[in-house]
Design a protein around this ligand. Structure first.
Ligand code: HEM
Ligand code: CA
Ligand code: CA
Length: 303
């Protein structure tokens, strides 16, 4: 068994359009759900595969882990699930809703669409401790990032492409401001463009509210474009792990290729993104009779 495009075409033909219109209506009220849903799908896939384990409530569930702290978009998934249960009860998995909502979020921020293979089933286990060692960290070196992606069947090209998701959305000052103050004995992280440091310090003042938000792609946080990679070239990456893509030999080559508009080595970020997302969305998927189709995305079924 594997996933395939159009898995619900006979069992719930309107599934994809119901999800799309739900994401759209939430996006109109709160555009920050687009980056939120894209990130949620990534976090789901890297822990126990794309099985909606991130959505399960519980005292020690995945969503309580530090890595899940700022995830958002749970309500959108619950809303879509509620409507799908009215239309075709017990058919559409929460894991597929997440995968489709991530794609729809990219489209809403003016990225290019791709066909999402479906047929995932939902897992029944969610443990905060499972995030350890699986989720990439913003202080990880390029080698560690490569290893963590390789462990999920994703290569260096996928790594650079998928981190390009940071072309939309925000980070909390608390995951980043350590780079601005006393990073070295002389001040800020030298990999930040010196002309950019005071601007960032104004956005994330020392010892102030760490939950303040800062755009991951300065000047283009709401548009799915290659500006994020141009910012890395200028030393304007926000996360330490993002800026490091410009220091790794091979990772830097891919960043450069995304910025190459013409020429034989140029790569289209939007085309590559769809391809790498299909790979990520297929990490350790449960299909066939594995797992279940949850009735409510925040809890496993009771029998
Ligand atoms: C090297 C691997 C990655 C690391 C270390 C990383 C880390 C982070 C961190 C620390 C944040 C900020 C969270 C916050 O403070 O609110 C963030 C945000 C985000 N990440 Fe990643 N990430 C990685 C890869 C990815 C991938 C593969 C995707 C999706 C395909 C993704 C999508 C996002 C999005 C869209 C946001 C913005 C969220 C929002 O605005 O709500 N990230 N990431
Ligand atoms: Ca999962
Ligand atoms: Ca952007």
């Amino acid at each position: 068994h594997s996933t395939r495009v159009g898995f619900y075409s006979s069992t719930c033909p309107r599934a994809e359009s119901i999800i799309k219109s739900t994401v759209e209506s939430h996006f109109k009220l709160d555009p920050t759900i687009a980056p939120g849903l894209l990130r949620m799908h990534f976090h789901d896939c890297f822990v126990r595969g794309c099985d909606a384990s991130i959505l399960i409530d519980g005292p020690n569930a995945e969503k309580t882990a530090p890595a899940s702290q700022f995830l958002k978009g749970y309500k959108v998934i619950d809303d879509a699930k509620f409507q799908l249960e009215c239309e075709c009860p017990g058919v559409v998995s929460c894991a597929d809703i997440l995968a489709l909502a991530a794609r729809d979020s990219v489209v809403l921020t003016k990225g290019t669409s791709w066909a999402v293979p479906t047929g995932r089933r939902d897992g029944t286990v969610s443990k905060a401790s499972d995030t350890d060692g699986n989720m990439p960290g913003f202080q990880d070196t390029v080698d560690v990032l490569k290893q963590k992606f390789a462990a999920k069947g994703l290569n260096t090209r996928d790594l650079v492409t998928l981190v390009g998701a940071h072309t939309i959305g925000n980070a909390a000052c608390e995951v980043f401001s350590y780079r601005l103050y006393n990073f070295t004995s002389t001040g800020a992280d030298p990999s930040i463009n010196p002309a950019f440091v005071s601007h960032l310090q104004a956005l994330c003042p020392q010892n102030r509210d760490g939950s303040r938000q800062i755009a991951l792609d300065t000047g283009s946080a709401d548009r799915f474009d290659t500006s994020f990679f141009a910012n890395l070239r200028e030393g304007k990456g926000i996360l330490e792990s993002d800026q490091r893509l410009w220091t790794g030999d091979l990772t830097k080559k891919f960043v450069q290729r995304f910025l190459e508009v013409r020429g034989s080595l140029g790569l289209s970020f939007n085309v590559e993104f769809g391809k790498s997302m299909v790979k990520m969305s297929n990490i350790e998927v449960k299909t066939g009779t594995m797992g279940e189709i949850r009735k409510v995305c925040s809890k496993v079924n009771e029998y």
